[in-house]
Design a protein. Sequence first.
Length: 468
Amino acid sequence: MEQHLDTDVLVVGAGPTGMLLAGDLAAAGLRVTLIERRPHGISNITRAFAVHARTLEQFDARGLADDLIATGSPITGLRLFRRLSLDLSRLPSRFPYLLITPQYEVEKLLEHRAMSTGVEFRYGTELRTLSQDTDDVTARLTGPDGTPVTLRARYLVGADGVRSAVRTALGLPFPGISVIRSIVLADVRLANEPEELLTVNGTGDAFAFIAPFGDGWYRVMGWDRTRQVPDSEPVDLDEIRDIARRALGSDYGMHDARWISRFHSDERQAPAYRSGRVFLAGDAAHVHSPAGGQGMNTGLQDAANLSWKLAAVLRGDAPDPETLLDSYHAERHPVGAAVLRSSGAIIRLAMARGPLTRAARALAAHLLNALPAASAKAMGMISGIGIAYGREGRRVPDLTLREGRLYELLRESRFVLIAPEGAQPVLPPTAPVSPARLVRATWTDPARRTALLVRPDGYVSWTGRANR
């Protein structure tokens, strides 16, 4: 018998992006349903290991950063191509490092939070079709026992990965190219522990990456220019050992592989992140090479950008709902395009073969090592710290205020209005915040005479003079 359900927001895809978004919306008091094709259970077959500084700041704004940090290991330096060194300890953040932790740790934390805030999870459930009108989205689903389900939602978000059923149902193209083919992956034990926590290097014909799970297992990724075969071609540990020896100088005594796979990596981006009442986020909106470890982080930051906007509209806090919702695409699509360019540049430099491209790689490494401003810009892009949405969309660091740290005050998806003591700033009528959702805070410096309204995602919403 067919089921009929109603919700405020239907989120499709229970990966990191979907679970962060769903948890935010439920924490804001909304009815949220999250569906996932997989049966219940977090898989340890994961490709993401890097959590960057800006993502940790977003976790901090939800009270989750310390718990996530406890699952991994921070590294303050990145070395690429054995020439380029990036000193992450110079990042202007409370988290001046890269956290190495497997994606399943991120997912476990976000799943627990989403469940605790009241998200309704429906595992083993697939989206079949969707339609929308001026008021709602109607999604037709299939439950785990084959039962048809019709669900009406005010809005729907597709966070269902590179083969997004939501994007397909919308008829949106996903233009791009396969940037690197025949990547091999394995989870292995190592007889010899690498000197660095994150081991990565590329030669003319081989590229390899090793990261720890933290429990004695290691993820190894490799690519061999001379062996470009279909994803269906068998792969064994000897092939991965050979790639590692050529790219890294050692295979570190790899043994006892529990999982081996072959895949390819694309560079693709949807032309629109919004279609009426339906949105795309994470890999459903953009995919790129794994270089730089930006994939999961970009998706999580998509979710942080979209969640407070949907919440403001659904609560009736937005004076201009359509403009606010359109700003999701306007702000995040350029970021996705920039990540495609930066990750693509890294992987192409790693795969440099000819004398000209190798010379370009050497020059790029030299300039980044020698020029602090260039190095800071590169680290800002990779870490997410340098992302801004125009002058009024600048990232706000974790300021120390009289009431406490800014990112603690941002919790529960609230705006923070910072002003001098005793001042009563008048917010513009377009500010998408109600007094009930506003936290007031005070500068510690009495000489500051300005007012600053900070969005729930930690970016500037408005600045002005503070009138007493």
